[in-house]
Design a protein. Structure first.
Length: 163
């Protein structure tokens, strides 16, 4: 099975859930929020927590959070730091990272100037991503999901008293 067929299968399952398009799109948007959140390493735990705490659909949440994957991680990290630095007015003023001092204290001192812009940028991209994801997911779900009423009602059998 290829990766593209896995994604298509997940997308089909996402479109044909037995809950309202609003709830499915909301779960997807929360997943996108989680995908861009700056708390890396805890995304799957956050998906499970949101599934349990808010009763949102795990598949839709996981599909949204799946935006962050090994192929998109580096661009998302770069966009997160750039956005945070831009919002905080630190663009172009962050100190360069050096390989001079590789002790824990040295790395900590070099990384700390990046922490707040990274967090601010991650939260900004999370909010923007979720605000874009909800209407987009809602539109796609409404457009491609089969009407449940038409498929769940069976036609009545013909009457035996004809004539």
């Amino acid at each position: 099975m290829t990766a593209s067929s896995d994604v298509r299968s997940l997308f089909r399952r996402l479109l044909h859930l037995h809950e309202s398009p609003h709830r499915t799109a909301l779960a997807f948007a929360v997943g996108v929020f989680i995908a861009f959140s700056p708390i890396y390493g805890l995304h799957t735990a956050m998906v499970v927590l949101c599934t349990w705490a808010f009763g949102l659909n795990f598949i839709a949440l996981f599909a949204g959070a799946f935006i962050t994957n090994p192929w998109t991680l580096v661009p998302i990290l770069g966009a997160t730091l750039w956005t945070g630095a831009l919002i905080m007015g630190e663009a172009g003023r962050l100190p360069p990272l050096t390989w001079d001092d590789l002790t824990f204290a040295g790395i900590y001192q070099q990384v700390m100037p990046y922490a707040v812009p990274f967090f601010v940028g991650g939260m900004a991209l999370s909010i923007v991503g979720a605000l874009i994801a909800y209407p987009l997911a809602y539109f796609i779900i409404c457009k491609y999901r089969h009407p449940q009423a038409a498929t769940s009602v069976a036609p009545l059998p013909p009457s035996g008293d004809v004539g």
